[in-house]
Design a protein. Structure first.
Length: 271
């Protein structure tokens, strides 16, 4: 997903840099302290990302010259790719680190940028693999020769896994039957959530162990853009709990059902 270059609704065009600095000087309450450039997300091309970082340094030098003083912050954006789908590449962190060291060297060797804090945004990259979304089978339905596994949560809990968060091509996340390993055989199934829309599809025509009502299905790489990005109150389905597993212990971080409790006035809102 490209978020920089060409016409975009985000940020300002780099051609407007001088104009922005000029306008900022009119208002004594405004102070330009740095630069934030976000090129895109889910990027696996290390060379392209390295070139982006070098371009940001060029822009930062230009901005410092326009301001007539060193910058305090340079945010290079993020976008490190996460291999959600089968045959997806791993982001080569070692290769990127070599090019990033050159970015750091350029900044430290130039007094216009030496004081600046360098920032890379790595939220998705750090937490995506750490999360598993667990949903329970509530029905197994055969419709005109096709088997549907219906679960108690789908796009209302995990919109990313159903491909409804900007994906151009809908591909299944890694899924597995969690509660037993010795089930009979495999069959091609389509795993769907409980919402009455054809968009609520977790995995389509995938080989999967034969399941029964009550089984638990795990969707991996679910640590980012699950609870926080989904339409939790959609069709008044219950919201999921969030559980942390740490050093062999489990901790309930968020109780289930909070959205509907708020709607019914049972849960007060705290600000």
């Amino acid at each position: 997903m490209r978020m920089g270059g060409g016409p975009h609704q985000f940020g300002i065009d780099e051609e407007q840099l001088a104009e922005v600095v000029e306008k900022s000087e009119v208002y004594p309450s405004l102070k330009v302290v740095g630069l934030h450039v976000y090129a895109g997300t889910q990027m696996f091309d290390v060379a392209a990302l390295a070139a982006h970082c070098q371009h940001v340094v060029d822009l930062a030098l230009r901005l410092a010259d326009l301001l007539g003083r060193p910058l305090e912050m340079i945010d290079l954006g993020g976008g490190f790719g996460v291999p959600y789908f089968e045959n997806s590449p791993e982001f080569d962190l070692q290769e990127f680190s070599a090019s990033y060291r050159e970015v750091v060297r350029r900044c430290k060797d130039d007094p216009r940028l030496a004081p600046a804090q360098l920032i890379i945004e790595l939220g998705r990259y750090l937490v995506a693999e750490a999360g598993v979304y667990v949903t329970r089978v509530v029905d197994v339905k055969c419709s005109r020769g096709k088997t549907f596994v219906v679960t108690d949560g789908g796009m209302n809990h995990h919109i990313m896994a159903t491909g409804n968060f900007g994906q151009v091509f809908r591909k299944p996340y890694p899924v597995a039957l969690l509660n037993r390993r010795d089930g009979p055989g495999e069959e091609p199934v389509t795993i769907v959530g409980p919402c009455c829309t054809p968009l609520d599809v977790i995995a389509q025509n995938v080989p999967f162990p034969i399941v029964q009502v009550g089984d638990l299905i795990g969707i991996f790489y679910s640590g980012a853009y699950g609870y926080s990005a989904s339409s939790l109150a959609f069709l008044s389905h219950p919201t999921p709990p969030e559980v942390l597993v740490w050093q062999g212990n489990t901790y309930l971080l968020r109780a289930p059902g909070l959205a509907e409790q708020v709607l019914e006035g049972q849960q007060g809102l705290e600000f």
